[in-house]
Write a protein that binds this ligand. Structure first.
Ligand SMILES: [Zn+2]
Length: 164
């Protein structure tokens, strides 16, 4: 799935969680968008992969795409690391409430994994265990899927916006 679908969906779920948690709209949408892009750090041509440059190439060469970065453990570890960072750095500076923003991160990451699971290639949720998990059987990188996921993300974003 392409970066724009993941970013719209991540922004949508992030903004919605921000809504529910009462922490506003813009920042949760941005944090959700970044979290929604993050699992594809193992694909050098993706938005996250470009940001990580040579590290992303190393990841793809040693692990392949949609492996460790798309697992339940990666989601858990990233959320915990972000919680610690938010608590340590941002709270000190008076910026982010750690709990709600960690939930925004978690929502963004999960949105990515679930969206990828809707494709026919599936996800190894417990990699290196070679069991594929699916939430649908869409064609990978198919136009229909991209449009539906992007539209869904946009609708979530819009609902969060009018409720903020
Ligand atoms: Zn992915």
């Amino acid at each position: 799935m392409r970066s724009y679908s993941h970013s719209l969906l991540g922004a949508g779920v992030g903004a919605l969680v921000g809504n529910v948690m009462g922490i506003g709209f813009v920042l949760p949408a941005i944090v959700g968008m970044v979290a929604g892009l993050l699992p594809d750090v193992d694909e050098p041509s993706s938005a996250a992969g470009r940001a990580f440059g040579v590290w992303s190439k190393k990841m793809k060469n040693s692990w392949g795409h949609r492996t460790y970065t798309h697992t339940v453990y990666a989601v858990a570890i990233t959320t915990i690391v972000m919680y610690i960072s938010f608590r340590g750095i941002f709270v000190m500076l008076g910026l982010f409430p750690p709990g709600p923003y960690s939930l925004v991160v978690l929502a963004g990451l999960l949105s990515h994994i679930i969206a990828d699971m809707t494709t026919r290639s599936g996800i190894y949720l417990f990699y290196p265990a070679k069991k594929l998990f699916f939430a649908g059987r869409w064609e990978a990188d198919g136009k229909k899927e991209e449009i539906i996921v992007s539209l869904f993300g946009f609708v979530l974003l819009f609902v969060a916006f009018i409720n903020s």
